[in-house]
Design a protein around this ligand. Structure first.
Ligand code: KIV
Length: 298
């Protein structure tokens, strides 16, 4: 068993990022940094790197759980991973994705499910996908003291209705629809909106028209903030990356080299060393030597 050291009680207090801090960043034109995380160690890395926003995305399904889309991800899985991330964060604003099916049946059930992310899992906001048709639900959640982040454009939970993962907003009709969606979500009380997979020009227009911040992924540099999936950033998806992804590290070569060295050290009995072993107390060792003389003394 390996023991992860938990933060000592009484360590320096840290000021938590809130939805109001994100609004202030937009007002002051300070870019918002955001990334996904799915477990305690990555949450700590991200938090300690000073990233403003952490999203427990339902991309969990694809990058951590090995599903081929986000659709099979369950409420239970999202809650489980959100709790783990929450335990690792002290500063970053924590958003949890509501998975497919958890906000599609009725408003009452959606509120009940959303409350679990705040109350049981420690999220500060929930994110739901969809445009104008979600405005009423955003209002209802907001009225229930649940901060909501919207998500429009390429919304992976609509993969079947979109006919694949395609950039959205490339016709005037779709462009206008997305502008209306952003306005409707802001009007319903959303605290921020993720813009995914839309042309830069459209993201810039929406960002310019909204009071609340936009956080872009594949939406160009003019959004108020940027988000990437942790595993994309470290080339850990085992798939070719999308145009908008910039890889800041190469996980496979880092982990691969370390794993090959470990395997080799075990195979050659170079691991563990005596210094990496526990020992009996000295007096017991002496007694043991008397009871069991070394083979060379026999
Ligand atoms: O699930 C996710 O990771 C997301 C981001 C791509 C915004 O929704």
């Amino acid at each position: 068993m390996s023991v992860t050291e938990l933060r000592p009680a009484g360590s320096n207090p840290v000021v938590r990022v809130t939805a109001n801090c994100l609004l202030a960043k937009k007002r002051d034109q300070v870019p918002i940094s955001a990334i996904t995380a799915y477990d305690y160690p990555t949450a700590r890395l991200v938090d300690e790197a000073g990233i403003d926003v952490v999203l427990v995305g339902d991309s969990l399904g694809m990058v951590v759980l090995g599903y081929d889309s986000t659709l099979p991800v369950t409420l239970g899985e999202m809650l489980h991973h959100t709790r783990a991330v929450a335990r690792g964060l002290r500063r970053s604003f924590l958003i949890a994705d509501m998975p497919y099916g958890s906000y599609h049946v009725s408003e009452n059930e959606s509120v009940r499910n959303a409350l679990r992310f705040i109350q049981e899992a420690g999220a500060q906001a929930v994110k739901i996908e969809g445009g104008e048709t979600r405005a009423a639900l955003v209002r209802r959640l907001t009225d229930s003291e649940i901060p909501v982040v919207g998500h429009i454009g390429l919304t992976p939970q609509s993969v079947h209705t979109m006919g694949g993962y395609k950039v959205q907003g490339k016709t005037w009709e779709a462009y206008d629809r997305l502008c209306r969606a952003a306005e409707a979500l802001e009007g319903a009380g959303a605290v921020a909106i993720v813009l995914e997979g839309i042309p830069r020009e459209l993201a810039a227009r929406i960002t310019g028209e909204l009071r609340i911040p936009t956080i872009g992924i594949g939406a160009g540099p003019d959004c108020d903030g940027q988000i990437l999936v942790f595993h994309d950033l470290f080339n850990l998806t085992f798939a070719p990356h999308a145009k908008f992804v910039r890889q800041y590290g190469d996980g496979p070569s880092f982990f691969g080299a370390a794993l090959a060295s470990y395997r080799e050290d075990v195979a050659r009995r170079r691991f563990p060393s005596d210094a990496e072993s526990y020992h009996l107390p000295r007096e017991m060792q002496v007694e043991l030597e008397l009871l069991e003389p070394a083979a060379s003394d026999r």
